[in-house]
Design a binder for this molecule. Sequence first.
Ligand code: GLU
Length: 461
Amino acid sequence: MLLTKAFRKMFIVPDFQVFTQKINEIYDSALQQDGGQVADYIPQLAKFSPHLWGASLCTIDGQRHSVGDTKVPFCLQSCIKPLEYAIAVHELGGEHVHRFVGKEPSGFRFNKLSLSEEDKPHNPMVNAGAIVISSLIKPKSNKAERFDYVMEFLKRAAGAEYVGFSNATFQSERETGDRNYALGYYLKEKKCFPENADMIAALDFYFQLCSIEMTCESGSVMAATLANGGICPITGDRVLSTEAVRNTLSLMHSCGMYDFSGQFAFHVGLPAKSGVSGAVLLVVPNVMGMMCWSPSLDRIGNSVRGIHFCQELVSHFNFHHYDNLRHFTKKHDPRRSLDDEPNKSVVNLMFAAYSGDISALRRFALSTLDMEQRDYDSRTALHIAASEGHVDAVIFLTEECKVNPFIKDRWGNTPLDDARQFGHHVIATILQQYQHVYTDAESSGNKEEQKTTMDSLKSIN
Ligand code: GLU
């Protein structure tokens, strides 16, 4: 099935080679961006070279492309937050989760000691929200089971590709995490955790989750699972509920890029989440997922190359959520067009003929649709219009579209036979004359002649 789809160009990005060539160009242009600084609050992040740069993509049909340092493991850091939230919603439902955490951008830095007016963390993409959510996941299990539970989810979302853990990062995060401890106590004071929750255990779990490693390659599959409504495109495994995925994408869209979230939503218009390791998880819903990674960060904390890549991607392709897909011609649409599906176009054509809908027929003809195509009974639109007695449609199909009147359906009938069988005498006369015109034009090789002679047919109507 996969091969048939590939050969018939039925994948979501049919011209994958052309598409990936452009991706490589965008990658190269981001490579020129050498500003920013690598995070250095812990040695495990500071050790990375600012020159590292990788980008991988995976479409919802499992088409893969990688360029640059895409096999090097890095910690997800804040990129875990959308997944942590998605798992919680998958397990507990959105309503329950949002009893503990809001849905609003905070307008403050990601680790600010601040809560909403209802004394809840503003959203799951800031530290306060992620710390509370880590207390919601499998609260009755022990610490090891809880960690394994999340790892298992991530592995399934990444199609069994690389998901690791950096114990050194975890230890460093714990040692240097004063702000997160302060947040923990503040959250505890304001009763933000569920009853009986162990705040220190929640913090520990949060530090562990930030220390989970992936590569661009495996991360792109995880992003593609989000793009694909929760089903991993390379295994077909339903990992997350559709509710969990939709909620997650909505919050990534409004809150995923630190204090650049509003601008990112405006300029790029796609759900994304970045982390202090230089990772950017990007989702083009219903098309593909991407993981970009380059450790140099701008002043806000987003990967310099990652941001540049996302902006360039959307300035070339019409992936911005509010790009008009029908009329905005300056941008490229690499997606398979649904109108190109052969079965769909035959059905539409036949229905237009069946109902005598001239304007629809005209639209199809103008869009260079093959007006002579046949359905599964080998019937053309002309057969249908003749059977139904639609004179105008018959004239349009013959005069304007020059449909071959001699095509026989599976019972051996031409459109003329149909007109006679159903007692449409005017149409039978038109078709009889048209058969002559058509034969003459065919033999002289002059299609224009058909048109002039056909003008006389109009008078019959
Ligand atoms: N471990 C970091 C913290 O909690 C995550 C930072 C980030 O990637 O935003 O401070």
